[in-house]
Design a protein around this ligand. Structure first.
Ligand code: MN
Length: 221
Protein backbone atom coordinates (compact mmCIF):
# COMPACT_ATOMS: atom_id res chain seq x y z
CA UNK A 1 0.00 0.00 0.00
CA UNK A 2 2.81 2.36 0.92
CA UNK A 3 4.57 1.61 -2.35
CA UNK A 4 1.39 2.27 -4.34
CA UNK A 5 0.97 5.61 -2.63
CA UNK A 6 4.59 6.48 -3.40
CA UNK A 7 4.10 5.59 -7.07
CA UNK A 8 0.93 7.68 -7.13
CA UNK A 9 2.82 10.73 -5.82
CA UNK A 10 5.60 10.15 -8.34
CA UNK A 11 3.02 10.04 -11.12
CA UNK A 12 1.29 13.20 -9.89
CA UNK A 13 4.60 15.05 -9.80
CA UNK A 14 5.22 13.99 -13.38
CA UNK A 15 8.44 12.19 -12.50
CA UNK A 16 7.22 9.08 -14.26
CA UNK A 17 7.46 10.96 -17.54
CA UNK A 18 11.25 10.96 -17.49
CA UNK A 19 11.57 8.06 -19.93
CA UNK A 20 9.26 8.75 -22.83
CA UNK A 21 8.85 7.21 -26.23
CA UNK A 22 9.45 10.34 -28.27
CA UNK A 23 8.03 10.93 -31.73
CA UNK A 24 10.35 10.37 -34.67
CA UNK A 25 11.80 13.80 -35.59
CA UNK A 26 10.77 13.42 -39.28
CA UNK A 27 8.35 11.46 -41.48
CA UNK A 28 9.00 7.80 -42.28
CA UNK A 29 9.82 8.63 -45.90
CA UNK A 30 11.92 11.71 -45.10
CA UNK A 31 15.25 9.94 -45.54
CA UNK A 32 14.38 8.35 -48.89
CA UNK A 33 16.03 7.13 -51.04
CA UNK A 34 18.85 6.36 -48.59
CA UNK A 35 16.68 4.84 -45.90
CA UNK A 36 13.30 3.64 -47.10
CA UNK A 37 9.96 4.45 -45.46
CA UNK A 38 9.02 0.83 -44.73
CA UNK A 39 12.28 0.19 -42.89
CA UNK A 40 11.88 3.41 -40.90
CA UNK A 41 8.32 2.58 -39.92
CA UNK A 42 9.06 -0.98 -38.78
CA UNK A 43 12.28 0.10 -37.12
CA UNK A 44 10.58 2.85 -35.11
CA UNK A 45 7.13 1.36 -34.43
CA UNK A 46 8.19 -2.23 -33.82
CA UNK A 47 11.85 -2.53 -32.87
CA UNK A 48 12.38 0.76 -31.04
CA UNK A 49 8.97 0.65 -29.37
CA UNK A 50 9.58 -2.91 -28.26
CA UNK A 51 12.89 -2.00 -26.57
CA UNK A 52 11.08 0.88 -24.84
CA UNK A 53 8.20 -1.29 -23.62
CA UNK A 54 10.58 -3.95 -22.34
CA UNK A 55 12.70 -1.32 -20.62
CA UNK A 56 9.80 0.28 -18.74
CA UNK A 57 8.56 -3.17 -17.76
CA UNK A 58 11.79 -3.40 -15.71
CA UNK A 59 10.43 -0.66 -13.37
CA UNK A 60 8.63 -3.37 -11.48
CA UNK A 61 11.84 -5.11 -10.50
CA UNK A 62 13.96 -1.93 -10.31
CA UNK A 63 11.68 1.04 -9.40
CA UNK A 64 14.74 3.30 -9.05
CA UNK A 65 15.14 3.24 -12.87
CA UNK A 66 12.21 5.62 -13.12
CA UNK A 67 14.05 8.45 -11.39
CA UNK A 68 17.47 7.85 -12.94
CA UNK A 69 18.60 9.40 -16.21
CA UNK A 70 19.53 6.91 -18.92
CA UNK A 71 23.17 7.97 -18.60
CA UNK A 72 23.14 7.27 -14.85
CA UNK A 73 21.60 3.89 -15.58
CA UNK A 74 24.30 3.08 -18.15
CA UNK A 75 27.04 4.13 -15.74
CA UNK A 76 25.69 1.57 -13.26
CA UNK A 77 24.44 -0.96 -15.79
CA UNK A 78 25.97 -4.04 -14.13
CA UNK A 79 23.55 -3.57 -11.21
CA UNK A 80 20.46 -4.18 -13.33
CA UNK A 81 20.99 -7.35 -15.36
CA UNK A 82 20.68 -8.20 -19.07
CA UNK A 83 17.06 -7.12 -19.61
CA UNK A 84 17.81 -3.51 -18.63
CA UNK A 85 21.14 -3.59 -20.47
CA UNK A 86 19.62 -4.83 -23.75
CA UNK A 87 16.36 -2.89 -23.68
CA UNK A 88 17.54 0.29 -21.97
CA UNK A 89 20.37 0.33 -24.51
CA UNK A 90 17.98 -0.38 -27.37
CA UNK A 91 15.62 2.38 -26.22
CA UNK A 92 18.28 5.08 -25.81
CA UNK A 93 20.52 4.10 -28.78
CA UNK A 94 17.65 4.42 -31.26
CA UNK A 95 16.48 7.75 -29.90
CA UNK A 96 20.05 9.04 -30.23
CA UNK A 97 20.39 7.53 -33.71
CA UNK A 98 17.24 9.22 -35.11
CA UNK A 99 18.65 12.61 -34.12
CA UNK A 100 21.93 11.90 -35.92
CA UNK A 101 20.04 11.97 -39.24
CA UNK A 102 18.13 14.68 -41.09
CA UNK A 103 16.60 14.81 -44.57
CA UNK A 104 19.30 15.92 -47.02
CA UNK A 105 22.03 15.86 -44.34
CA UNK A 106 23.84 18.88 -42.89
CA UNK A 107 27.49 19.83 -43.49
CA UNK A 108 30.06 20.00 -40.69
CA UNK A 109 29.93 23.56 -39.32
CA UNK A 110 33.23 25.46 -39.10
CA UNK A 111 34.46 25.64 -35.51
CA UNK A 112 36.14 23.76 -32.70
CA UNK A 113 34.58 20.44 -33.71
CA UNK A 114 35.59 20.64 -37.37
CA UNK A 115 39.15 21.61 -36.39
CA UNK A 116 39.52 18.57 -34.11
CA UNK A 117 37.76 16.35 -36.63
CA UNK A 118 40.15 17.27 -39.45
CA UNK A 119 43.17 17.00 -37.16
CA UNK A 120 42.07 13.51 -36.10
CA UNK A 121 40.90 11.97 -39.35
CA UNK A 122 42.42 14.08 -42.16
CA UNK A 123 39.56 14.68 -44.58
CA UNK A 124 35.86 13.82 -44.40
CA UNK A 125 36.57 11.07 -46.95
CA UNK A 126 39.25 9.59 -44.66
CA UNK A 127 36.73 9.61 -41.80
CA UNK A 128 34.14 7.80 -43.92
CA UNK A 129 36.69 5.18 -44.90
CA UNK A 130 37.62 4.42 -41.29
CA UNK A 131 34.00 4.53 -40.08
CA UNK A 132 32.93 2.11 -42.81
CA UNK A 133 35.88 -0.21 -42.22
CA UNK A 134 35.15 -0.47 -38.49
CA UNK A 135 31.43 -0.93 -39.15
CA UNK A 136 32.11 -3.76 -41.62
CA UNK A 137 34.48 -5.42 -39.17
CA UNK A 138 31.82 -5.71 -36.47
CA UNK A 139 30.67 -9.32 -36.50
CA UNK A 140 26.94 -9.75 -35.93
CA UNK A 141 24.67 -7.04 -34.53
CA UNK A 142 25.70 -3.82 -32.87
CA UNK A 143 26.53 -0.17 -33.38
CA UNK A 144 29.33 2.02 -34.71
CA UNK A 145 29.96 5.31 -32.91
CA UNK A 146 31.99 8.48 -33.10
CA UNK A 147 32.82 9.27 -29.48
CA UNK A 148 34.72 11.80 -27.43
CA UNK A 149 36.93 9.70 -25.15
CA UNK A 150 38.16 10.57 -21.65
CA UNK A 151 41.25 12.28 -23.13
CA UNK A 152 38.93 14.56 -25.15
CA UNK A 153 39.93 12.82 -28.35
CA UNK A 154 37.64 11.74 -31.19
CA UNK A 155 37.50 8.02 -31.80
CA UNK A 156 35.47 5.58 -33.92
CA UNK A 157 34.40 2.51 -31.95
CA UNK A 158 31.89 -0.34 -32.19
CA UNK A 159 29.79 -2.01 -29.50
CA UNK A 160 27.97 -5.36 -29.70
CA UNK A 161 24.19 -5.86 -29.38
CA UNK A 162 22.54 -2.81 -27.74
CA UNK A 163 25.55 -1.78 -25.67
CA UNK A 164 26.79 1.80 -25.92
CA UNK A 165 29.93 3.73 -24.90
CA UNK A 166 28.22 5.16 -21.78
CA UNK A 167 27.95 1.68 -20.26
CA UNK A 168 30.47 0.94 -17.54
CA UNK A 169 30.88 -2.62 -18.87
CA UNK A 170 31.71 -1.44 -22.41
CA UNK A 171 35.26 -2.04 -23.63
CA UNK A 172 35.03 1.30 -25.46
CA UNK A 173 33.91 4.18 -23.25
CA UNK A 174 33.22 7.81 -23.99
CA UNK A 175 30.48 10.26 -24.89
CA UNK A 176 28.63 9.37 -28.10
CA UNK A 177 28.54 12.08 -30.78
CA UNK A 178 27.27 10.05 -33.76
CA UNK A 179 25.80 6.55 -34.08
CA UNK A 180 24.85 4.11 -36.80
CA UNK A 181 22.69 1.04 -36.17
CA UNK A 182 24.35 -2.07 -37.66
CA UNK A 183 21.57 -4.54 -36.91
CA UNK A 184 20.21 -6.20 -40.06
CA UNK A 185 16.71 -4.90 -39.17
CA UNK A 186 18.08 -1.40 -39.90
CA UNK A 187 18.81 -2.13 -43.57
CA UNK A 188 17.79 -5.62 -44.68
CA UNK A 189 14.57 -4.72 -46.56
CA UNK A 190 16.37 -2.31 -48.89
CA UNK A 191 19.97 -3.50 -48.86
CA UNK A 192 19.67 -7.20 -47.90
CA UNK A 193 23.21 -8.35 -47.03
CA UNK A 194 24.90 -5.20 -48.41
CA UNK A 195 25.91 -3.50 -45.15
CA UNK A 196 28.56 -1.49 -47.05
CA UNK A 197 25.98 0.15 -49.34
CA UNK A 198 23.81 1.00 -46.33
CA UNK A 199 26.78 2.72 -44.65
CA UNK A 200 27.67 4.67 -47.82
CA UNK A 201 24.09 5.91 -48.05
CA UNK A 202 23.95 6.84 -44.36
CA UNK A 203 26.69 9.41 -45.05
CA UNK A 204 24.13 11.37 -47.15
CA UNK A 205 21.78 11.95 -44.23
CA UNK A 206 24.13 12.68 -41.31
CA UNK A 207 23.16 15.78 -39.34
CA UNK A 208 26.68 17.09 -38.71
CA UNK A 209 25.25 20.22 -37.05
CA UNK A 210 23.77 17.95 -34.37
CA UNK A 211 27.05 16.02 -34.08
CA UNK A 212 28.92 19.31 -33.56
CA UNK A 213 26.36 20.28 -30.88
CA UNK A 214 26.88 16.91 -29.20
CA UNK A 215 30.62 17.61 -29.26
CA UNK A 216 30.10 21.03 -27.69
CA UNK A 217 28.21 19.66 -24.72
CA UNK A 218 30.53 16.61 -24.41
CA UNK A 219 33.68 18.76 -24.37
CA UNK A 220 32.32 20.79 -21.42
CA UNK A 221 31.86 17.67 -19.27
MN1 MN B 1 17.70 -0.92 -34.61
Amino acid sequence: MKKDFFLFIVAVLGLSAQHEFKPLPYAYDALEPYIDAQTMQIHYEKHHKNYYNNFISCYEKFPELKQMSMIEIFKNIEKFGPKVRNNGGGYWNHEFFWDCMIPGGKAIPIGEFSALFLKTFGTLEDFKKEFKEKALNLFGSGWVWLILDKNKQLKIVTTPNQDNPYMNISSEQGIPLLALDLWEHAYYLKYQNRRGDYIDNFFNVINWEKVAENYKSASRK
